[in-house]
Design a protein around this ligand. Sequence first.
Ligand code: BGC
Length: 481
Amino acid sequence: MSDEYRFPDGFLWGAATSAYQIEGSPLADGAGPSIWQRFVHTPGRTVAGDTGDIACDHYNRWRDDVGLMQSLGLQAYRFSINWGRIFPEGTGRVNEAGISFYDRLVDALLAAGIEPLPTLYHWDLPAALDDRGGWLNPDIAHWFADYAEAMFRRLDDRVKRWATLNEPWVITDGGYLHGALAPGHKNLFETPIASRNLLLAHGAAVQRYRAIPDATTWALSSISNPKYPATFEERDREAAERSAAYMNRQYLDPVFGLGCPAAMQQIFGQAWREWTDEELALAAQPIDWLGVNYYTRGLMKDAPEKWPVGADYVANPEATYTETVWEVFDQGLTETLLWVKERYGNPPVYITENGSAFYDPPVASRGRVRDPLRVDYLQRHLCAVLEAIRQGADVRGYMAWSLFDNLEWSLGFARRFGIVHVNFETQERTPKDSAVYYSQIIASNGSALGSEPDAVLLSAQARGVPLGSVDQPVRVAAHGS
Ligand code: BGC
């Protein structure tokens, strides 16, 4: 194994999930329904009518799932909290049964030597709040801050790193502009309002938290999808710039105190209103780290007919594409991390999601799931992270998306992102080759990246790590405090 691939000491290795995608039992123990619960039960909204009613049944199997994480050698687990389990009506009364689910999960993770990394909002808004306007109602900043406060009062003695929102761009573009995600609106005027209220809610939660002594650390997890012009033409370069402003800078610039990108006015036209100084100040509450979710890049061309950004995606005939039709472009991760370093003053970054959907059979074959394309994706992207670190980016951890195959939102269960295979008929979990490979990378703090993945898998097997069920892995020392 090569030291050349070793990550910095203390680098945090983990995997990520989100509540609605894995928990199941969405209404158990007094939880209130979320907008996703409503959305998936509306005919035609998800592929094959799939729902999160059972998903990975993690709500009942969480203890075994933590054991599985431990067997893989994970040092951190990023999960999200379902707001409606805590506040069934969105505000007001705390539901003890709901909050204690996460309380027990955090205890079990810590007992297993795994750092809990909770995200407060991964898209499952309480339906009761949607009935009051949801992300369009400016009161949501206070509703969210109240919810955040309830969570950190309960868990902050054990949680060191919190994240507020997961991917505000997807929430607004999918939920309010194009309607493919809950709550399923298609309204240009609503979109910048929802964006603003999301960032104000983020800022209000961070601000509220800062008032409490002994605060730990806060962040926002944003998707970062770099945009490249498809040609050398000026109009395509501008289209790529507009797309990047819309998807990435719309959220990160205000959070890092750079205001709203000028392109927003151009994109939203009459639907855009400038933010007040108070709003800008609230969104720009200092954060301690940034969560970066990276999957792919966008190769863009000018397309005035493409509403509202005036840009369209172009396929790269030379590239490999995942099952979600995303180009595998690992170099984009290095460039994204370096862009964050340059533009935002090199904040500490945790990769809070990175992963790929490739076809895996619904049932593991003789206890094993071979997923060479996912292994390749993982290796390439981890090397890309290392390259960014070598060039000075302050990257401190990596969370693979996803720990489990799960409900890929409106695409249902057919798109598998897990490093652990889930048989949705039996709920059996089978670590795929990618999970075994990842466990060896973790155990070697990256050094295994220097060997061919097949050799890594074979040597793991030779050392008694059975492919398909990792019950005797090399356990790494728990991550330092
Ligand atoms: C989301 C995940 C999702 C993944 C793959 C991210 O945008 O945070 O919930 O499953 O992408 O589509």
